[in-house]
Design a protein around this ligand. Structure first.
Ligand code: IMO
Ligand code: MG
Length: 435
């Protein structure tokens, strides 16, 4: 068998762990960088050579010159957003051509009516998910219902496309008609016209990502998969129903890319030194609602890249990472914001790390999944670290880190039984320590 050289980068919590940054770091010596799950609900910020790029669809690898970036079959694509992103990158001096970007023809589209449906479904839910409103769930629903429109459909004639859309929108229009959402009623001819215009712009980027991946595997080239969303947002393994509509766990990320598990050389789980979440759901057990939460939010600048919403904040959660280790097959961790948590410790005089829960009168070391039945909220049991730290300038190797920061990291390693290989000390990838 050929040498395995494929790295999957996945989020361990509720998203926004710094997956884009970790993938950008890993992709420095890669040939192919892939996005394979979710859509523009993701917001991946990359800082490189003093410039900041906020990306939602295209992998951050595009910022490196001469690498191939793929949007694989598992993603859902809003073509307006994709075109905007390509234009934005072109304007920043990163020229986007089909040599650098290929989009799977099998990837499904987010249509304007999906965004309307996203709003409508949220409106009628008593417990609102707090989606990003980008039409993600309805697009995946149509895909599963086999009425999705795909990238390849942009290559059909306008008439063929119109007929396909007409079938897809029938049930949606009945719903809009009967729920006071008449203004959202979709028209196949108008949509087909608009999509064909976008198709004209995108047609040279549409292709078969499988053959490109196969060639790279055969040539033993390095491939990096930039995961989106995260473990707790996974449709099967997350905090259902407060989840996204895809499978951002490691296996789902591979499946969306079209790569079998035997080719993977390493799964990197990305987390921050604390936790954050946007959207609703009460299964964030280490969340802090008062002063502590506010300080974490301010010091970590925890406001959404995609929606600008203030993020809910709390402490590092080892039981969750323990679950992520097996469910996602994590090999190593990347912990970002080690600089930030040190500052938080300096401000508050302490840092907390949850290593177990008290639940139904017992001490448990995993995330319980029957909380709706028991109505009991697991109570985090914390290890308290006194004080904080300041990261010295020119901190290049692990031994350069302050003793207290190393104690914090080693406590997490000991509790989760995962090696912390990457340590993030700032937004730029140059501020990364590899242990
Ligand atoms: P990245 O890749 C954080 C959350 C939304 C909401 C739930 C469902 O940047 O980590 P959706 O629009 O997907 O139907 O919303 O999932 N969510 C994210 N939260 N980071 C993300 O992506 C997210 N993608 C979806 O806030 O709670
Ligand atoms: Mg994000």
């Amino acid at each position: 068998m050929s040498k395995r050289n494929i790295i999957a980068i996945v989020g361990c919590n509720w998203g926004d762990e710094g997956k884009g940054r970790a993938a950008f770091f890993e992709s420095q010596d890669a040939s192919i960088i892939i996005r394979s799950t979710g859509g523009n609900n993701a917001g991946h910020t990359i800082v490189h050579k003093g410039k900041k790029y906020a990306l939602h669809l295209i992998p951050g690898g595009i910022i490196h010159q001469n690498k191939l970036n793929l949007l694989c079959p598992g993603v859902v694509i809003d073509t307006d957003v994709l075109i905007e992103e390509i234009k934005m990158l072109n304007e920043s001096g990163i020229n986007i051509s089909p040599e650098k970007l290929i989009i799977s023809g099998r990837a499904h589209l987010i249509m304007p009516y999906h965004k309307d449906l996203d709003r409508l479904y949220e409106h009628f839910k008593e417990n609102k998910v707090g989606t990003t409103g980008r039409g993600i769930g309805p697009s995946y629903s149509d895909k599963v219902n086999r009425t999705g429109i795909r990238m390849y459909d942009l290559l059909l004639s306008e008439e063929e496309l119109r007929d396909k859309i007409a079938i897809a929108i029938k049930p949606h229009n009945i719903l809009f008609q009967n729920t006071g959402y008449e203004s959202c009623i979709a028209y196949a001819d108008k949509l087909a016209k608009k999509l064909k215009r976008n198709g004209q712009f995108l047609k040279n980027f549409i292709g078969n990502t499988d053959v490109l991946i196969r060639k790279a595997i055969e040539e033993e080239k390095k491939i990096v998969i930039e995961g989106a969303q995260a473990f707790r947002l996974d449709i099967d393994h997350g905090d259902y129903p407060m989840v996204t509509s895809s499978s951002p766990n490691a296996s789902g990320t591979l499946s969306g890319a079209g790569i079998g598990p035997k080719y993977i050389s390493k799964v990197i789980g990305v987390t921050k030194a604390y936790c954050s979440k946007v959207g609703n759901g009460d299964q964030f057990f280490t969340e802090e609602y008062g002063e502590e939460g506010n300080i974490i939010r301010e010091f970590g600048h925890e406001y959404g890249t995609t929606t600008g919403r203030p993020r809910r904040c709390g402490w590092f959660d080892c039981p969750n990472i323990r679950s992520a280790r097996t469910t996602m097959g994590l090999d190593v961790l990347c912990i970002n914001h080690i600089d930030t948590i040190g500052k938080i410790g300096n401000e508050l005089g302490y840092i907390k790390v949850c290593y177990a829960y008290e639940y139904n009168g017992e001490k448990i070391n995993y995330i319980p999944d029957d909380t709706e039945i028991t109505k009991q909220r697991p109570k985090p049991i914390y290890q308290i670290f006194r004080g904080g730290w300041e990261i010295p300038k020119d901190c290049k190797i692990y031994e350069d880190l302050p003793q207290k920061a190393r104690e914090f990291i080693e406590f997490i390693e000991q509790q989760t039984k995962i090696h912390v290989q990457y340590i993030g000390l700032g937004a730029d990838i140059k501020d990364t320590i590899v242990k």
